[in-house]
Design a protein around this ligand. Structure first.
Ligand code: NAD
Length: 353
């Protein structure tokens, strides 16, 4: 089993939710003898403003060779308006570690949390696989005649055969290993014929290797509608970087928003990075108001990746029970602060593990 975890709390509420998340994971580790080890890393706006360092090479080397997973809070600070440190740290880790799978569960824990009418917890239970290293996010392009009436701005959309195939395969593999039967690929091949034509061809080819899975294709604009109309029709969705980015935020809102949305950035068999979807929320920072559920559910994703599938499910059930009992932070209508919420979850560990 893998158990070496690097903790990067980062900025703002990232620091508070990271403390909460680690507290809960430590309690589980102790109860179940998992032997999880945590090493904290001081990376973020404070360090950058003090020393000019964002992600020093020796720290990157240590993160990439000495750990199984990185448990990440959030980065972003109003004192660094160009986001230099956030780009170097978070995007740097995603790109340099080649974390090509961005996995975003869309799981409803209580029917009161969804804005959809007549949909319950069994209707909204899917996972989105977003390609995490290519597409319009590679930063290729430029401006010509900038700030004139003749300005031209270009961003190149990059899709490689290798990149498309590995994310599609990851979606099918995850469906098989998690007992799911449907994988939907979404694109805009009707308009973006070259890049998304490649997605269509590879999806058709790879899906033949998984006869137990029903493959489906839906154009991304239609999928945005379908996710609202009939979310129960989807188990696993696989998409390019841009489309996955947009659709997974739609998904997050279907299940209660940022306080609950977890994500993983994975390269199978390499150190991978687990982070809540939310940012550093500077207006909440330091006030003990942040909801730690997203961070704790991110911890559940990390446990699954580390080989503790049973513990991962139990941790999800623990969070669900807090929501069912309406014992939550204020954003979800409860009364607890971030750290009190963490302590309450720790008090449930004996019951759930
Ligand atoms: N992965 C990341 O590290 C990441 C992701 C998104 C934004 N950011 C950065 O975070 C900073 C703030 O960005 P933003 O305000 O657009 O997004 P945000 O996610 O930090 O906050 C958006 C809204 O959601 C609320 N919110 C977020 N997380 C919450 C939680 N755990 N509990 C309760 N309420 C919560 C906030 O109060 C705010 O109203 C910026 O610097 C941005 O670049 C970082």
């Amino acid at each position: 089993m893998k158990n070496r975890i690097a903790v990067i709390p980062g900025d703002g509420i990232g620091q508070e939710v990271a403390q909460a998340g680690v507290k809960v994971l430590e309690a589980i580790s102790q109860k179940k003898g998992l032997n999880l080890s945590f090493k904290w890393f001081d990376l973020g706006a404070d360090r950058y403003l003090k020393t000019g360092e964002t992600l020093p090479q020796p720290v990157f080397d240590e993160l990439s060779t000495s750990f199984d997973a990185i448990y990440f809070g959030a980065v972003g600070d109003p004192r660094v308006p160009d986001m230099k440190h956030a780009k170097d740290i978070l995007l740097g880790l995603r790109m340099r570690l080649d974390l090509y799978i961005n996995l975003r569960p869309v799981q409803l824990y209580h029917e009161e949390l969804t804005p959809l009418k007549n949909k319950g917890v069994s209707d909204i239970d899917m996972v989105i696989f977003r390609e995490n290293t290519e597409d319009l996010y590679v930063g290729m392009g430029g401006n010509f005649k900038m700030n004139t009436v003749d300005e031209i701005a270009i961003n190149e959309m990059v899709s490689t055969r290798k990149g498309v195939e590995r994310i599609i395969r990851a979606a099918f593999d995850w469906a098989v290993s998690h007992g799911k039967t449907r994988v939907c690929m979404t694109d805009k091949a009707n308009a973006i014929s070259y890049a998304h034509g490649l997605w269509q061809r590879v999806f058709k080819e790879v899906s033949k290797e998984y006869p137990q899975i029903t493959p489906r294709h839906v154009y991304a604009d239609a999928l945005a509608m379908e996710l609202v109309r009939a979310p129960e029709d989807f188990d696993v969705i696989v998409a390019s970087n841009l489309l996955g980015d947009i659709l997974s935020d739609l998904g997050a809102q279907l299940v209660g928003g940022l306080g609950l949305a977890a994500s993983a950035n994975i390269h199978p068999n390499r150190v991978s990075l687990f982070e809540p979807v939310h940012g550093s929320a500077p207006t909440l920072a330091g006030k003990n108001l942040a909801n730690p559920f997203a961070m704790v559910l991110t911890g559940a994703l990390m446990l699954d990746f580390l080989g503790y599938a049973d513990e991962s499910k139990r941790l999800e059930a623990l969070v669900k029970s807090c929501i069912d009992d309406k014992i939550t932070t204020t954003d979800l209508g409860g009364k607890l602060g971030t750290q009190e919420m963490a302590d309450y979850m720790v008090s449930l560990v004996d019951r759930f593990f």
